[in-house]
Ligand binder design. Sequence first.
Ligand code: NAD
Ligand code: UD1
Length: 340
Amino acid sequence: MKKILVTGGLGYIGSHTVVELQNSGFEVLIIDNLSNSTLDALQGITNITSVAPAFEKLDLRVKADVSDFFKRHQDIAGIIHFAASKAVGESIEKPLLYYENNVSTLVYLLQECNIHKINNFIFSSSCTVYGEPDAVPITESAPIKTAMSPYGNTKQICEEIISDTCAVSDVRSILLRYFNPIGAHHTAELGELPSGVPQNLVPFITQTAAGLREQLRVFGNDYPTPDGSNIRDYIHVVDLAKAHVISLKRLLSEENASDLEVFNIGTGRGSSVLEVIHAFEKVTDQKLNYKIVERRAGDVVSVYADTVKANNVLGWSAQKTMEEALASSWKWEKKVRNIT
Ligand code: NAD
Ligand code: UD1
């Protein structure tokens, strides 16, 4: 059984990925500092898979602790690196926090990869690296645009750091550029639990439906799209999690075509904000309180993935619908809020 290190493995995407890894027979070791997660996720993973993954509370910013960790674990076959800070607005307020937490931690991990000959590395990137695209759907060869936030910039810098490292070492990496992850595990044992007021659309929708928020604001209906609201590619988190397992197997079996590969992980389908709201209303059979307000600064008009490369080269495609994702998000929200 190959041992895989999952950093940020108690977070939203990491915890779902640990489930899929364990279901595929991998032994998982999780590092997380619990800065944006709780031990409930560990219990959730254990409840779903009947296997408790190994877990160490560790802050990847502490280089000495990272070094000590790898000295104690010499048998790691691959790393999936989720741990990072991800709030775009906060990154504008606290850029250095983002550069330290997202960039320094990557450097420390890659240094350990070189020391301990851990050659398989999967990285959480984002479609944010494309900025406002010239054309949709976006292929992986689309140009990287100037980042709109320090968060987005960290993803670009991290991609470059990994690329430079792969060029001169034995490390082989797959960069997965996620589009908009939504949804929860169908058991409602795992899901997204943003701290404070949600910035992302779907958690705001479910919290509004649950009565925690009075009203959802739709940021603009005057964009050049069919209904005037922004278009995004909403990908079910379980489909996204499975893309990591497939990528890992690709690296472990040395099927990768080059030392650095990049894949878009989305559905290939664009949905507008209003379409998401109406799908949520249909799936949950209730009206959502929302109003149209002015545009949000920094929003791109329309972004969705060209998934041909992920489909044909990686052999992965999204299986779940947006409706399934929204239903699972609502089930999770109800469980968390004790709504029957
Ligand atoms: P998350 O915040 O739920 O998970 C990240 C986890 O990393 C958390 O459990 C947090 O406690 C942990 N962590 C943060 N800093 C750490 C540190 N210094 N040491 C140890 N643990 C640390 O976020 P997520 O949504 O699961 O995102 C995972 C990754 O995917 C991130 O790199 C994020 O930037 C990227 N990503 C997310 C989205 C999205 O919409 N959720 C989209 C594109 C890319
Ligand atoms: C945002 C980040 C992106 C990050 C992604 C996932 C920005 C500019 N981009 O993407 O870097 O990778 O989150 O974490 O912040 N919306 C509303 N009302 C709301 C919330 C959102 O109308 O209360 C709309 C937005 O205008 C957007 C869509 O819903 O059109 C999706 O928004 P969001 O979930 O925040 O994701 P992105 O903006 O695509």
